[in-house]
Design a binder for this molecule. Structure first.
Ligand code: ZN
Length: 196
């Protein structure tokens, strides 16, 4: 027992003393074998797609500032590619883009709390999951993809970006309502089917 403890203590000191040396050795080896390292990493990524994805997400979450800076650097170096990529992503992630564009607008205009914004995100996702939706104002049914997210009390009029303040509305209603205050400055085309 005593010996075991002594060995552990000795190993600890030895490792501490040699940590710097070991790190330098490892770094030197990696530097001298860059291609080998890259090939190894590529192979691992291919064989462990899920692990790679979660490791990447973990790294990104822990290094937000660094990742953001690298992304901006990359965009500046390849403006054309960035534009094409972001367009492609935008088209492939329509539900998400609806959330993001609404959220960006909300951040600019209102003082919605993070909790309110999160509740709005969840509600938009839930609303977009339906194939067809009733317009909150004219009560007609539309394909969800043709609907718009509307703030009952417009952001520009002090409305919050929160689950309670968002509804799905059709193009006609949203265009005619605009930023007007419901019932005071704008009346829905017919009495509401569902209470707001
Ligand atoms: Zn409508």
């Amino acid at each position: 027992m005593k010996n075991k403890e002594a060995k552990r203590a000795y190993d600890k000191i030895y490792n501490q003393k040699n940590a710097v040396k070991k790190r330098a050795q490892n770094a030197a080896w990696r530097n001298a074998n860059k291609e080998k390292m890259q090939a190894y990493r590529d192979k691992w990524k291919l064989e462990n797609p899920e692990k790679h994805k979660s490791a990447l997400a973990k790294y990104r979450a822990a290094n937000l500032v660094k990742v953001r800076a690298a992304t901006i650097r990359c965009h500046k170096a390849n403006p054309k590619k960035y534009k094409a990529d972001s367009r492609k992503w935008w088209l492939a992630n329509k539900p998400l883009t609806k959330i993001y564009s609404q959220r960006r607008k909300a951040r600019k205009i209102t003082n919605s709390t993070p909790e309110q914004i999160a509740s709005a995100d969840a509600k938009i996702l839930q609303m977009l999951s339906a194939r067809k939706t009733l317009c909150a104002y004219c009560s007609k049914e539309f394909k969800t993809s043709e609907m718009h997210v509307d703030h009952v009390l417009a952001l520009a009029r002090g409305g919050a970006h929160s689950a309670e303040n968002i509804r799905m509305a059709c193009e006609n209603c949203i265009c005619s309502k605009g930023d007007k205050i419901l019932f005071l400055e704008w009346r829905p085309p017919q009495p509401l089917l569902l209470p707001l």
